[in-house]
Design a protein around this ligand. Structure first.
Ligand code: ATP
Ligand code: MG
Length: 436
């Protein structure tokens, strides 16, 4: 078997023979010497070509390189304090061009010339040649991986639920109708009804990670029409059980990320720190609104406003040293039908939103598992019971359960202090964007 490379750039140690593969990030030609900055998924390194040492044929190849050619290089790694990336460089002995790149590139990828986000997204996969952009997705992959790792250690089973449904999950207006052969169907807004229904089987802890669809016509920096929903559902005694899992999962991921060398370097480069509080502070929706009123912020009696979310987070960051805040017990009026209502006050639900750095990143709660009560909730929302196929499963021993859904792009965006959720989506979809 031939190997593309024997080392990734981040693994290189001085005095070893290395074979690297990557793209040409920059080239500098100084006559008898040429410097190539090579990029692979783990970083950048300087490759030095010396005509005398590598021979005319190899040197000519180097001189003919274009930015973004994909090459395999061989040479010796040496320590050099003056080398620009990490105090080491590779002295070239052999080079092979595997794929040529057209010049110039449609957008700058060196970070020197700023392009608009729109233009960058038009050229998404070229933009990702910029290590700071690629880094977002490597970070995101690790974030999801660590969250999954925590869940699996806690006996959760991953399920894969359909994205094609016969009814809109929440009965709202923000769904995409599709033609399924000759029937009308909908793209799933969330796996909610499936991840609940499956619990009747006896499996008691599940999670589901996948795209969901929201026909949200607004243009905000926090809404996508397609996003990755990280969903958790479990059998519980009370909502507290799922709150413990949610907090434990995020704490685990934050700790692991903070110990991951590649991530640490990336965070430092991005100038961001991620810290997890000792304990996430919790307030009821009512208490949250009292705090906001005290701060002179306009409140809504049924839901938090975007301004409210921001101000509440600043308040807790200042007063409780936590960038997270959990708001619970939202009114039934604005929450979905499947939430359980308080025994003593049916206007209030066993629900929560987790806010982080000024934005809602998860929504969850205890679900109404009792068939009769669930049907009542649907009717109270003015929805048609017949439209909900899942209900029939709730008649056969559905245990009490609770769960939450977390938006992966939103969490990534906030952890990395990105300005727009689109930056954390590989192929963002919004009312205008359908490519790439
Ligand atoms: P918001 O009120 O902020 O629009 P929501 O309450 O409608 O969000 P939920 O239905 O509770 O959203 O979805 C659960 C989670 O999914 C949210 O907390 C968020 O992280 C994420 N999410 C929801 N809608 C979007 C969207 N349009 N784009 C990206 N992420 C989203
Ligand atoms: Mg929500």
């Amino acid at each position: 078997m031939t190997m593309l490379r024997n080392r990734y750039i981040a693994e290189i140690k001085p005095d070893e023979e290395v074979k690297l593969a990557g793209h040409v990030y920059e080239i500098r030609d100084l006559g008898k010497l040429a410097f190539v900055i090579l990029r692979d998924p783990t970083g950048l390194i300087q490759v030095v070509a010396n005509r005398k040492a590598c021979g005319d044929e190899v040197f000519e190849k180097v001189k003919n390189l274009s930015k973004e050619d994909f090459v395999v290089v061989e040479g010796k790694a040496v320590a050099n304090e003056k080398a620009p990336y990490g105090g080491r460089e590779v002295v070239l002995s052999k080079i092979e061009v595997m794929a040529e790149s057209e010049a110039p590139l449609p957008i700058d990828v060196s970070g020197k010339i700023e392009s608009t986000l729109d233009k960058r997204l038009d050229w998404r996969f070229i933009d990702m040649k910029n290590p700071d952009v690629l880094g977002i997705f490597i970070f995101q992959s690790k974030l999801v991986g660590y969250m999954e790792e925590f869940l699996r250690k806690n006996r959760f089973v991953r399920i894969f639920t359909s994205r094609v449904t016969s009814a809109a999950t929440e009965g709202g207006a923000d769904y995409f109708p599709i033609l399924y052969f000759n029937k009308e169907a909908f793209l799933a807004q969330s796996p909610q009804l499936y991840k609940e229904s499956v619990l009747v089987s006896g499996i008691d802890r599940v999670y589901d990670v996948g795209m969901v669809y929201r026909a949200e016509p607004h243009h905000t920096p926090r809404h996508l029409c397609e996003y990755v929903s990280f969903d958790v559902e479990m059998v519980v005694t009370t909502m507290k059980d799922v709150l413990e899992i949610q907090e434990g999962m995020l704490r685990y991921a934050f700790e692991k990320l903070n110990k991951d060398e590649l991530v640490m370097k990336f965070l430092e480069k991005m100038g961001v720190e991620i810290t997890f509080p000792k304990k996430i502070p919790e307030v009821s929706f009512w208490e949250a609104n009292e705090i906001l009123k005290g701060l002179g912020v306009e409140t809504d009696e049924h839901d938090l406003t975007p301004e409210g979310e921001r101000r509440l987070c600043s308040y807790f960051a200042e007063n409780e040293e936590s960038e997270f805040v959990l708001v619970h017990s939202f009114p039934f009026a604005k929450k979905p039908f499947y939430l359980m209502r308080h025994e003593d006050n049916p206007e209030i639900t066993h629900s929560f939103d987790l806010l982080y750095r000024g934005l809602e990143i998860t929504s969850g709660g205890q679900r109404e598992h009792r068939y009769v009560e669930r049907v009542k909730n649907i009717k109270d929302k003015g929805l048609a019971v017949e439209q909900f196929d899942h209900l029939r499963f709730f008649k056969y021993g559905m245990p009490p359960h609770a769960g939450f859904g977390l938006g992966i792009e939103r969490l990534t965006m906030k952890m990395l202090n990105l300005k727009n959720v689109r930056e954390a989506s590989l192929t963002p979809r919004d009312p205008e964007r359908l490519v790439p």
